[in-house]
Design a protein around this ligand. Structure first.
Ligand code: ADP
Ligand code: MG
Length: 409
């Protein structure tokens, strides 16, 4: 009775991307690359506050078939957007509108140095690309980063080979640089604010692991996360709503955090430990600043607790941390909405060990930690609760910690 996203089939999606490529450009692509969406287990709205987060790569990927050109023509098509074409020199902030900015912003960011000096030569040539995605678009599962990262590894592999050197993406350090280029593409060409968690997860996560990402310096630690081994599953509930009216919410939260930093004399809120929280709150006169700071500081503490729980393989102990994270995002950070609250409540009411909204909020997705053999029944009960409340049907998928961006063919 519930709507489930289809299980991803990489071979079929790759074949679809190649077919789309042949139809659009004639001939074969040089190769096919995939980059995953992500879900964040815990650590929400802390990346831009210098805190840690704990995302993992989804089995759902965005797949790109790409052919490098000797000249500077760039052409991209997608199953979910109009074709775009231009020249390398046409790509700059404010000059590419729509979805294509996420794709063609990447070579621009490389060319202009976002991945360091070695990256510059990677973005100089044109290319043709066709995009097919398994990641639901706009669901808070980071289809935008998946698109950027698929293009990044494709362009990097082909340009590096043409230059006779090894790919930047061959090492984690190089992948961190590609991630920086993808962040800059999203910020400056697509014009969307993003803190770096999504691109790091898509490029640097490892199957069977969650990625403990320290957003101060983007250092990472691979934390084993075998939900199935513990007979658990991470159920993703896509509410399929996005409250456009509050689109400015992300920017206004960032601004409030910056203002609070100024009052408190710290560079980032991540510098404030839990033991210094009460003192910091006493210094803040604005109640909304106090709430924002309390969320950030307690959420960072919950991430550390979650990493410890995973290190001890006590996955069930994640549940209360998820619940506390949701309460904090709802009450203190005020980025939840009725659909996300209901998704979490209904999941808990039908036996989930814990649940929380994930991603930026105001719609998008929630996650619930459930007994593996109860995932379907929890999904059905969440769907029923949505129907009773008069909300549209949510959609579900299981988040299995999967591989980062890679070449498929
Ligand atoms: P999310 O990253 O959570 O899915 P965003 O709003 O950050 O949501 O990004 C969604 C946007 O990314 C889309 O509106 C579109 O512009 C672009 N996008 C993502 N995937 C694709 C795709 N496969 N084809 C075309 N555009 C895409
Ligand atoms: Mg996104």
């Amino acid at each position: 009775m519930s709507h489930w996203y289809p299980s991803p089939d990489q071979e079929a999606t790759a074949a679809q991307a190649v077919a789309a490529f042949r139809a659009a450009y004639g001939g074969d692509p040089d190769g096919v690359w995939a980059a995953p969406g992500r879900v964040n287990l815990i650590g929400e709205h802390v990346d831009y506050n210098g805190g840690p987060c704990l995302p993992m790569a989804l089995p759902q990927n965005t797949v790109v078939a790409l052919r490098r050109r000797e000249d500077d023509l760039v052409r991209v098509t997608s199953t979910v957007g109009a074709a775009w074409q231009g020249h390398v020199a046409d790509i700059s902030p404010g000059r590419v509108s729509g979805w294509a900015g996420y794709a063609v912003g990447v070579p621009w960011a490389l060319r202009t140095g976002a991945a360091g000096p070695e990256g510059k030569a990677l973005g100089e040539n044109g290319f043709e690309a066709s995009v097919v995605s398994q990641v639901p678009v706009g669901a808070g599962l980071s289809s935008s980063a998946a698109l950027e990262c698929a293009v990044a590894v494709a362009v990097d592999d082909l340009a590096s080979a043409a230059l006779g050197r090894s790919s930047l993406g061959a090492t984690d350090e190089g992948r961190a640089r590609l991630a920086a280029a993808c962040v800059r593409a999203e910020n400056e060409i697509a014009g969307a604010p993003t803190g770096g968690m999504d691109q790091s997860a898509s490029l640097r996560a490892r199957a069977g692991h969650a990625l403990a990402l320290d957003c101060r310096d983007f250092s990472v630690q691979q934390v084993p996360f075998d939900a199935a081994g513990a007979r658990l599953a991470v159920l993703v509930i896509d509410t399929r709503v996005h409250h456009a009216l509050v689109d400015g919410g992300y920017g206004s939260r960032r601004k409030a955090c910056d203002q609070a930093c100024e009052v408190l004399g710290v560079r980032t809120l991540g510098e404030i430990g839990l033991d210094a929280l009460d003192g910091a709150l006493a210094h803040l006169t604005r109640p909304d600043h106090r709430r924002r700071v309390r969320h950030v500081v307690t959420e960072i503490d919950r991430v550390h607790a979650a990493v410890e729980v995973l290190a001890r393989s006590e996955l069930a102990a994640l549940g209360p941390l998820l619940d506390a994270s949701h309460a904090s995002l709802r009450e203190d950070y005020e980025v939840s909405c009725a659909e996300l609250d209901l998704a979490c409540e209904a999941a808990r009411g039908s036996g989930a060990l814990g649940a929380r909204m994930t991603g930026g909020g105001f719609g998008g997705s929630a996650i619930a930690l459930v007994d593996a053999d109860r995932a379907e029944s929890v999904a059905d009960q969440v769907s029923a609760a949505f129907t009773r409340r008069g909300f549209g049907a949510p959609a579900f998928l299981l988040a299995v910690a999967s591989d980062a961006a890679r070449r498929l063919a």
